[in-house]
Ligand binder design. Structure first.
Ligand code: C2E
Ligand code: SIN
Ligand code: SIN
Ligand code: FE
Ligand code: FE
Length: 627
């Protein structure tokens, strides 16, 4: 004992007290004593000072050792308590020891006093240390169990010899079973796992058993309230001295929240990809059937619904009609034709321009036309683009749906895509229709003009038409495309339209033209160009009216172009134009015969005409001249 001992002495007799003090002094033990005689004084002493030992007389006038022991025990302090008495019988002594006194000494015989005190203090110290260790352990266990509870982390081990699990408290909560009802066999755990995940769980256990690494697995299981939870198991093998796996152990954590968030993010990504697929379908073509089919395929897969349909508004009949559908058992949906009034959900969605959600179709008036499908849940979204409603996107499911905001957003995004697709295609079709109408109108106009020209030129009926046909026949031999042939036809019909600007007295003159008259006559290709160029529809048909009097050797008009500078359509046309002019009677000369004309054309090859075209023309002359 290195330092001074604090000793609480319960003693009424001053002499006995001094005797005790002398004994300590004699043994060289430094002490700080305090004498008390009552219960109150003891309580106060315990409360105000830390004591190394309590020494008590057995009987005092107002106090006694058993009561003092009780006070000490009630205080929770672990201080050695030694009784010193001269009057106590054996029985009381034994009773006192049983009650918790640490030793019993007879007054006057203090030989054992100091050793007893030393021993008791040592024991008290080791008790203290042990208690501290126990408390620390308890504290640790408490902390562990608390953190496990708070973090939803459970721990488990599987004793391989017995194939039996041991679980922490939190582990039972994670699995939603009670310690009493759970059998702790591997099979009992497997029972709890969601059937789809059972094989993975089985092979995970095998992996943990047979490797020295830690393995992780997320499996799903249902709690008793039928909530699906995602539990992440982490486990590793524990080896014995011989390197044999004796058990596997690890923890488990409920990761439902983060897993659900992750799934939602993945879903969002998939949905974005889906919208891109539809975008591509929209930009890649104008087949509405194909695009809207993509829309409902994506609706079914991404929204995880059983069926989807698109109904389109037929404006002339004022009805909503089936256009495309998937996922229906019967074909009733294909006959759906709903008046645009409030008698159907679908029509209501278009009229009210809002999403209609029927969570339980059975509670509503039965869905018209659609029976025997077992649908429970119904959504209808209007297809609105540029402020116009084109139809509705309907989705049907054979089980209830709890639509969270992202789900609804995606449904509306799909409807938006469908609406844009419909709008695009309708616009395109309108454009095509008006183009077609325009084409018919223009071509009729062109034919009309060419008739008027023929009449004015005093040529035989159908002359211009005939020249145009010959030009096309020759052009075919030269591998013109169909588009070029169409333009050639229009150009040929209009080739001399410029002559409308040539006065009658020049145009119909019987005889050679004067220089001044020629100057006016040579204006006709330029006039044609000036009149026709502003008409977009005729842009590609201008080569013949403008260049049909150019010559291969560069001596023609209006530009004096040479060789292949002259557009091919004009080079082709020039030959048939001259052929037709020469073989027909003109006001200024009689028509030539075939042989003379052939000779002329051949003679002009390389002068007026492109030699290659002349070759083709003459080689195919009979065919070209045939009606
Ligand atoms: P067009 O009558 O349709 O003649 C078209 C082209 O065929 C002429 O272009 C010319 O290259 C050729 N061609 C027509 N007739 C003859 C001919 O008798 N001999 C020869 N060698 N080639 C002939 P061109 O010469 O530029 O004439 C353009 C237009 O001018 C003719 O169209 C016609 O309307 C008018 N024209 C040409 N010569 C006369 C003429 O002597 N008297 C009158 N009144 N008009 C003429
Ligand atoms: C209804 O008819 O009530 C709406 C469902 C459908 O469009 O067929
Ligand atoms: C062609 O070379 O076939 C025709 C080209 C053109 O019309 O200018
Ligand atoms: Fe001409
Ligand atoms: Fe002509």
């Amino acid at each position: 004992m290195d330092s001074q001992l604090y000793i609480l002495i319960i003693e009424d007799t001053e002499d006995d007290y001094q005797l005790l003090l002398r004994e300590f002094k004699r043994r060289g033990v430094a002490i700080i004593p305090k004498r008390i005689e009552t219960a109150e004084a003891m309580q106060e002493a315990l409360a105000t000072q830390k004591w190394d030992i309590v020494i008590s007389d057995f009987t005092l006038p107002r106090f006694n050792a058993p009561d003092a022991l009780k006070i000490l025990q009630a205080s929770g302090l672990d201080i050695p308590f030694i009784i010193v008495s001269g009057t106590i019988g054996e029985e009381s002594a034994v009773a006192s020891l049983k009650a918790g006194a640490h030793d019993f000494l007879i007054k006057g015989n203090f030989a054992r006093l100091i050793p007893a005190i030393e021993r008791e203090i040592r024991e008290a110290e080791s008790r203290y240390i042990r208690r501290q260790a126990e408390e620390a352990l308890q504290e640790k266990e408490h902390l562990l169990s608390e953190t496990q509870r708070i973090g939803h982390v459970g721990s488990w081990k599987l004793i391989l010899e017995k194939e039996t699990f041991q679980f922490s408290d939190e582990m039972y909560r994670l699995l939603d079973v009670t310690q009493e009802s759970f059998n702790h066999q591997v099979n009992d755990l497997m029972e709890l796992i969601y059937s789809i995940d059972k094989p993975a769980m089985q092979s995970w256990i095998e992996s943990v058993k047979t490797s020295s690494q830690t393995h992780e697995l997320v499996v799903r299981l249902f709690h008793k309230n039928s909530e699906l939870r995602h539990i992440r198991f982490t486990g590793g093998a524990i080896f014995d001295g011989q390197g044999k796996v004796v058990r596997i152990a690890g923890n488990a954590q409920d990761v439902t929240e983060s897993k659900v968030a992750e799934i939602q993010i993945q879903q969002q990504l998939k949905r974005l990809a889906s919208l891109r697929i539809i975008d591509q379908a929209i930009t890649s073509g104008f087949n509405l059937q194909l695009i809207l089919n993509t829309v409902i395929t994506q609706a079914i897969s991404q929204l995880q619904v059983d069926a989807a349909a698109i109904l389109l508004i037929d404006n002339t009949q004022q009805i909503l009609e089936h256009f495309i559908s998937q996922g229906f058992h019967t074909r009733a949906i294909e006959r759906v034709s709903l008046p645009l009034d409030k008698t159907s959900y679908a029509a209501r969605a278009t009229i009210e321009r809002r999403l209609i959600h029927i969570p339980d179709l059975k509670e509503q008036t039965p869905t018209k036309n659609i029976t025997g499908e077992g649908f429970v849940c119904y959504f209808s979204v209007p297809l609105i683009a540029q402020g116009r409603v084109n139809g509705v996107l309907e989705v049907y499911h054979r089980a209830p749906i709890q639509p969270y905001p992202e789900w609804i957003n995606f449904l509306e995004a799909l409807a938006g895509q469908a609406a844009i697709a419909i709008d695009n295609v309708t616009l395109f079709e309108d454009l095509q229709r008006s183009n077609f109408e325009l084409k018919v109108a223009y071509d009729a106009t062109i034919e009309g003009w060419s008739h008027a020209l023929d009449l004015r030129d005093r040529e035989t009926e159908g002359h211009t038409r005939r020249v145009a046909n010959m030009a096309i026949k020759l052009a075919r031999k030269m591998d013109f495309s169909e588009e070029q042939l169409i333009q050639m036809d229009r150009g040929a019909l209009l080739h001399d339209i410029g002559k409308l600007g040539v006065p009658d007295h020049i145009l119909l003159k019987e005889g050679d033209l004067t220089e001044a008259e020629w100057n006016i006559m040579r204006q006709h290709p330029k006039l044609a160009y000036d009149w026709l160029a502003p008409i977009a529809y005729l842009q590609k048909a201008l080569d013949i009216p403008y260049y049909h009097h150019e010559k291969w050797d560069g001596t023609g008009y209006p530009q004096g172009l040479k060789g292949e500078e002259i557009p091919i359509a004009a080079r082709v046309f020039a030959i048939v134009d001259v052929w037709d002019a020469l073989t027909n009677t003109r006001p200024y000369r009689a028509g030539w015969d075939k042989e003379k004309t052939i000779a002329y054309i051949r003679e002009q090859s390389g002068k007026h005409f492109d030699p290659k075209v002349v070759d083709v023309f003459l080689k195919n002359l009979d065919e070209i001249l045939k009606n």
